[in-house]
Write a protein that binds this ligand. Structure first.
Ligand SMILES: C[S@@+](CC[C@H](N)C(=O)[O-])C[C@H]1O[C@@H](n2cnc3c(N)ncnc32)[C@H](O)[C@@H]1O
Length: 363
């Protein structure tokens, strides 16, 4: 199977709750997401009229798209429920809350559901399917949230895998440091995907409802390779590790050349154009943030190790699908060694505003 199909069918975070699992290694994502909490609370208080939204059924519907296996999704959902509850304070009947947990069908929903907080104040529903298409009924949800998921493209752009194309991305794993054609192929893929994402959400979110998105971002016009961000050092190191393994005969040149990480960082302006084109939403909030603002001291070797453990839990399945299960630990051990050796460089490049946070209101 080519990588184009692999992404959609099996992109899951490491399942279960073992030492290498996403559920045990997603604290960095949680810390970054916690930077959004205050703004989400303010948006709920100021931008939506919760009482009118639930007037027919007295049930408030929330969806988390790309929820993975938990526990981050539970914290985010609980924060939203608290904010909605506060905004409804004087309402005599407390509403029921229904939460749709969405992810790709190959996600480990068993781990998600077995770890649902037993004392939760909401009903939980699993929604398997790609958020690049319709996953919920027409006008069925009041707040849709998605954190750390919409930078995953629906697939690796075809041109990047095509030897005869100018966008053939030989010897690289991403569009950072790649040719202009590769960058354009990723950019266009994101444009197509985000268009489909917004079209689907416009159908699913009720008028007056909110769509809140946290994803990888970048300032407008800044070439990815100019961004002094640790993630670039990581992609470049990944390519170095694969080329080293190729030279040792552990993987083939073909395998290296056809491996690409389908992650795209969007600028606020790029998203604003797509929102305008869609026409169904108003932009209520749009900002680039530093996802590491919570880290109050310089990053050390142990932080770098922890960071790679989180990356392994997040991207491991891409490597397993492409290179096989047996090479996963070797690849990540080499990557850890390489990046630990670059700790100072990683630290000095760690404070960029590379998390894009935006909130849209359905007209
Ligand atoms: C890094 S995890 C983030 C999980 C969670 N939101 C958090 O903050 O911890 C990204 C999740 O998005 C999911 N995802 C990626 N593309 C998706 C798509 N097209 N449809 C649904 N889920 C998707 C992945 O399977 C993964 O579980």
């Amino acid at each position: 199977m080519g990588q184009v199909e692999i992404v959609l069918n099996s992109l899951p975070m490491s399942g279960g709750d073992g030492p290498d699992s996403y559920s045990k290694n997603s604290h960095l994502q949680r810390r970054s997401a916690s930077l959004l909490r205050e703004t989400i609370d303010k948006l709920i208080m100021e931008k939506i009229d919760a009482r009118t939204l639930i007037s027919c059924t007295n049930t408030f519907h929330i969806a988390d798209l790309g929820c993975a296996t938990g526990p981050n999704t539970f914290f985010l959902v609980e924060d939203i429920i608290k904010s909605v509850d506060t905004s409804l304070q004087s309402n005599s009947t407390k509403p029921d809350f229904l939460v749709f947990f969405n992810d790709l069908p190959s996600n480990d929903f068993n781990t998600l559901f077995t770890s649902l907080p037993p004392d939760r104040s909401y009903f939980a529903v699993g929604v398997p399917g790609s958020f690049y298409s319709r996953i919920l009924p027409q006008s069925s949800v009041h707040i849709v949230l998605t954190v750390g998921a919409t930078h995953w493209l629906s697939s690796v752009p075809k041109e990047v895998l095509d030897k005869s194309s100018k966008a053939w991305n030989k010897g690289k794993v991403h569009y950072s440091n790649a040719s202009e054609e590769v960058v354009k192929a990723y950019e266009e893929q994101f444009g197509r995907d985000m268009e489909r994402f917004l079209e689907a959400r416009a159908k699913e979110i009720v008028s007056g409802g909110l769509l809140v998105v946290g994803m990888c971002g970048i300032p407008l016009g800044m070439p990815f390779s100019n961004l002094a961000d640790s993630i670039i050092i990581m992609y470049n190191s990944m390519a170095d590790v694969l080329i080293q393994m190729q030279s040792q005969g552990l993987i083939s040149e073909e395998q290296v050349d056809t491996f690409n990480v389908p992650i795209y960082s969007a600028s606020p302006e790029e998203v604003a154009v797509l929102v305008e084109k869609n026409g169904c939403f108003t932009v209520e909030f749009m900002e680039l943030m530093d996802p590491t603002a919570w880290l109050k001291r310089p990053m050390d070797v142990e932080d770098v190790r922890q960071w790679i453990v989180c990356i392994k839990a997040t991207m491991g399945s891409l490597f397993i699908n492409h290179f096989g299960d047996h090479l996963l630990d070797d690849i990540f051990d080499r990557l850890t060694t390489k990046l630990v050796g670059l700790t100072e460089k990683v630290e000095s490049s760690y404070r960029e505003k590379v998390m894009l946070f935006f909130a849209l209101k359905r007209k």
